[in-house]
Design a protein around this ligand. Structure first.
Ligand code: PLP
Length: 399
């Protein structure tokens, strides 16, 4: 029986140039972001500047994780415990976690069959709840119509925070994902598009927001070291009013990330070659449905989602089990019990209220999710398709 031997959790090695930079940092002993020789910029300062340049944003802050960046973003735009924050119901746990960490109430928005946040429901909930913040998760790299979304944000004066954990390198109508929000956040955790084990990046064009984020991240009074930040005059009052939540990035991680950033766009192209192959092949299989991705969306196919619309939950469970037995790791966001990185919104029992979201439940009940590591090649993708085809025949011989 055909089985797949490669690991879905295997990343590419860190590039030699990044390893050399990391060794330099370790040799210097100066790992803390503010520990610089003669006031020279540190690896973290440079990473922030280079990422801001890449994104075309004015300011950038590097911190400990994507989830922490989301928390800092919420705090820095002024979210407090008396606020409500709209967000996707199909997302990963760090997103509601960041909102919970800010003390605000979460208002979950429904999901369309294309795995996107439902803009009609967003409008209804913005109207009904009066929420003036929206944490938009570009979940699994699927980008909602940003023109329509910005119109809603404009109409309801909603402050937009983009969670670009899955869209670093992506764009909508040629404009980079992350350049739409008042603040946008990225993750550099191992499974994301840049890999430093853990890490987060926050960008904004707003000088007060970045000054607050820098103070919250734990800059003590070293804010003048930052390159992708406004002048010290912006910090005069903010430095006294903003608590230190200590979540800085260190020079070692920044050293690993800087050379990777140089190759980000090429990596995204490689992902898309694998994605396009899988998309073409899987969409030809009877019983497998993939959304038609809009031409305005330039996505990064670092994972793929498809729906088995004709199957019940027990059959999908059997499909996933058989795929796993043959080496294909597919995750399911529809399970009542959270498993690995997947969790359905109704398992977030810390929410003040778990809403009824029938559309989201329906979408998640048939949606399958598969990572596409760059250690795979086209031949590997063919083997994956062959095994999925086989398993589908087994669970449903009529196909
Ligand atoms: C959609 C999404 N948002 C945010 C995060 C948070 O990133 P981190 O793990 O760096 O905290 C993740 C991480 O898995 C994610 O998948």
């Amino acid at each position: 029986m055909l089985t797949f031997k490669k690991l879905f959790t295997q990343q590419e090695p860190i590039p030699d140039a990044a390893i050399a930079k990391a060794v330099d940092v370790m040799t210097s002993g100066r790992l803390h972001r503010y520990n610089s020789l003669h006031g020279e910029p540190t690896e973290v300062d440079l990473l922030e500047q280079e990422f801001a340049d890449y994104m075309g944003s004015r300011f950038c802050l590097a911190c400990t994780s994507g989830g922490f960046a989301l928390h800092l973003a919420l705090r820095s735009v002024g979210v407090t415990a008396s606020d409500k924050v709209l967000s996707n119901s199909f997302t990963l746990a760090p997103v509601p976690g960041a909102i919970h960490n800010s003390g605000a109430e979460i208002v979950l928005v429904e999901t369309t069959k294309d795995y996107l946040v439902n803009l009609d429901d967003l409008r209804i909930k913005a109207e009904k709840t009066g929420a003036r913040f929206f944490m938009l998760s570009h979940m699994r790299g699927h980008i909602v119509n940003m023109d329509d979304l910005l119109e809603i944000c404009d109409q309801y004066q909603i402050c937009l925070i983009e969670d670009c954990a899955h869209t670093m390198g992506a764009a909508w109508k040629g404009r980079k994902s992350g350049s739409f929000g008042d603040v946008s956040c990225f993750s550099t955790q191992t499974y994301k598009h840049l890999n430093s084990g853990e890490g987060g990046l926050l960008i904004t064009d707003d000088e007060e927001v970045i000054a607050k984020a820098i103070m919250y991240s734990g800059s003590y009074m070293h804010y003048s070291h930052h390159l992708a930040a406004p002048g010290p005059e912006v910090f005069t009052q903010i430095r006294l009013e903003t608590p230190n939540y200590s979540g800085r990035m260190d020079n070692l991680r920044a050293a690993i990330l800087r050379p990777q950033l140089q190759n980000l766009d090429q990596r995204c192209e490689r992902w898309n070659e694998l994605y396009t192959f899988l998309e073409n092949q899987l969409s030809q299989l009877e019983g497998v449905w993939l959304p038609q991705r809009p031409s305005e969306e330039k996505f990064v196919g670092s994972s793929i989602q498809f729906s088995l619309l004709d199957f019940d939950e027990a059959t999908i469970g059997g499909f996933i089990r058989q795929c796993r037995e043959r080496g294909i790791v597919i995750s399911w966001f529809g399970a009542a019990e959270p498993k690995g990185y997947t969790s359905r919104y109704d398992s977030w029992q810390y929410l003040q209220e778990i809403p009824e979201l029938p559309d989201t439940r329906k979408v998640l009940s048939t949606m399958c999710d598969m990572r596409i590591p760059l250690t795979f090649n086209i031949q590997d993708c063919q083997t994956i398709v062959d095994i999925i085809t086989d398993v589908l025949q087994t669970i449903s011989p009529s196909l």
